[in-house]
Design a protein around this ligand. Structure first.
Ligand SMILES: *[C@@H]1O[C@H](CO)[C@@H](O)[C@H](O)[C@H]1NC(C)=O
Length: 529
């Protein structure tokens, strides 16, 4: 057979036996053309079902327990999630779990976005029993094991039923933190509350029992949730309120508080827990772990902790372990260790003891009590004033020289508050330099910048970057927020008119001097639709 004939034959065969319903092959002509193409199988990519407007219904029939990710090709956080999502699918497949993972490109499925009220990417929804109505919003972790565990606890029971001592002991031994619900009646509403919480608290293992001999074994007479841990006190009891029943929020706070070590070492694994602990006050001990005299301080620090459990979280920060961002946040240098700092996470007010280097159980407790009873003034973080702060056209401000420069009654001061990592700040930097260059000979105008991540101000807090503020000359400490576009021309007009703002609602007045996009509507790091 020569080389020409074989491909032609193959092509003919393919035509004849090719996929049905395409209307191109012979023999399909007698059937009514289908109204919409329904493929028989939902395509897959890396173990993930790839859905479209048409195939969601089909996928739900075939896979009644389904987690669906709505993504867009251009969405950064979606790309970061992708490998973890595939790994989670592989984990579940290896266990033959009933749950499947799927994704749908929202940018080509607008009807689905509307049906499921998706407003940002990625959005994940969990469907059960093949039911298309009211899927559960997925707010779980974004890494593989967490995603898999979240689904396991929905597909299977979220707590292990315990029938005897052996089973209970085995569960308690298995993990560092194990939570067991002791309920006399498993039909009770409190049990449902307990199981719902167990679905969410993925980093703890849950058990459940109604066996009288287990109540007895653990010295209980009433319904109680007990947290067993292999450290610190070993056990903490949460008795169920007989009248009010089990409150999920209260129990959740209790478990978070008591599952943490009395003293937590700060690192990348513990920091999410530290911030999630919902304990507003943190006491940090900064030490250099390579120095024996520093290590010896940990004992006294830990000794002071028990009475503050649930009120103040005790944290140790090793200054030599990639924790520079923490040091910077507190305005500290590594050489200042050992030292203590206290922070209220809600107000972000920071406190330093008068003698930071003295760390004994008594001095630590005294410092905590003093802060909690408002006997210590918070301090503001500031860098040192650089010796050449006023040598360049753009002046460098820090916390320590801010007031003196910004509120100078003889000067009009225009300040950029930035963060070193902020892309919008970098983008506007050349315009800011050019502005400073242009006005450098105006005695009464100062163009300046301040790194707001390393300097705190008493006058106001900076929450978004860049923030631009104008401090006109004259008495009264006036401050004008700049909301115009960030280019040399607009900046200049603003300065020349003595800090005139563009109209408040530029969209309603197309002839306003600044019809450009206002500064606060520039896209932030969130990926909206
Ligand atoms: C910790 O102490 C060691 C020993 O003195 C020193 O070499 C190291 O630089 C210190 N680490 C930091 C971050 O200061």
């Amino acid at each position: 057979m020569d080389g020409q004939l074989l491909p032609v034959l193959l092509l003919l065969l393919l035509r004849a036996w090719g996929p049905r319903g395409q209307g191109t092959g012979p023999g399909g002509s007698l059937e009514e053309p289908p109204k919409e193409e329904v493929p028989e199988e939902v395509p897959e990519e890396d173990g993930i079902l790839v859905l479209s407007q048409r195939t969601l219904g089909l996928a739900l029939q075939e896979h009644p327990t389904l987690l669906v990710e709505f993504y867009a090709p251009w969405c950064g956080p979606c790309r970061a999630l992708a490998p973890e999502y595939s790994k989670a699918a592989a984990l579940l497949a290896a266990e033959s779990a009933r749950a499947r993972l799927a994704k749908v490109d929202g940018s080509s499925a607008p009807e689905l976005l509307e049906e499921f009220a998706v407003t940002e990417y990625p959005t994940l929804k969990f469907f059960r029993d093949g039911n298309r109505m009211h899927p559960e919003e997925y707010t779980g972790p974004r890494e593989a094991e967490g995603i898999a565990e979240w689904l396991r606890r929905r597909v299977g029971p979220s707590a292990t039923r315990l029938e005897d001592e052996e089973g209970a002991q085995a569960l308690i031994e298995a993990r560092d933190v194990v939570v067991i619900g002791f309920f006399q009646n498993l039909q009770d509403e409190d049990v449902a509350t307990f199981l719902t919480l167990a679905q969410e608290a993925l980093d703890m293992t849950f058990g459940l029992t109604d066996q009288p001999k287990l109540f007895q074994k653990f010295g209980l007479t009433k319904d109680t949730v007990v947290l067993f841990k292999k450290f610190d006190e070993g056990r903490a009891d949460f008795p169920v309120d007989e009248e009010l029943g089990l409150d999920q929020g209260d129990l959740s706070r209790f478990l978070l508080t008591h599952s943490m070590h009395l003293v937590t070492e700060f690192n990348s694994q513990t920091s999410p827990k530290i911030f999630a602990a919902k304990i507003l006050n943190h006491l940090l001990l900064f030490v250099n772990q390579t120095l024996a005299p520093h290590q010896e301080l940990l004992a006294g620090f830990g000794e002071a902790a028990p009475p503050f459990r649930g009120q103040v979280l005790f944290v140790v920060v090793d200054v030599g372990a990639g924790n520079n961002h923490v040091l910077q946040y507190f305005g500290l240098k590594a050489e200042e260790a050992p030292t203590l700092r206290f922070i209220n996470m809600e107000t972000t007010e920071k406190y330093a003891p008068e003698d930071g280097g003295l760390v004994t159980a008594a001095s630590v407790a005294a410092f905590c009590h003093a802060v909690l009873s408002n006997q210590v003034e918070p301090y503001l973080v500031s860098q040192e004033v650089p010796p050449d702060w006023d040598q360049r056209p753009v002046k460098t401000l820090v916390g320590k020289n801010f007031e003196q420069v910004a509120f100078d009654e003889t000067k009009n001061v225009f300040i950029k508050f930035y963060a070193p990592w902020c892309a919008h700040c970098k983008k506007m930097a050349p315009a800011w330099e050019a502005l400073a260059e242009k006005y450098k000979d105006h005695e009464d105008i100062i163009i300046a910048e301040l790194d707001a991540t390393a300097n705190e101000l008493e006058a106001f807090a900076v929450h978004s970057f860049p923030t631009l503020k104008y401090f006109p000359a004259g008495p009264g400490g006036k401050v004008i927020d700049y909301k115009g576009s960030r280019d040399l021309e607009t900046f200049s007009k603003f300065l020349d008119s003595g800090g005139q703002l563009p109209a408040e609602k530029p969209t309603e007045e197309p002839t306003a001097p600044f019809p450009e996009t206002p500064a606060n509507s520039t896209p932030g790091p969130k990926e909206e639709l």
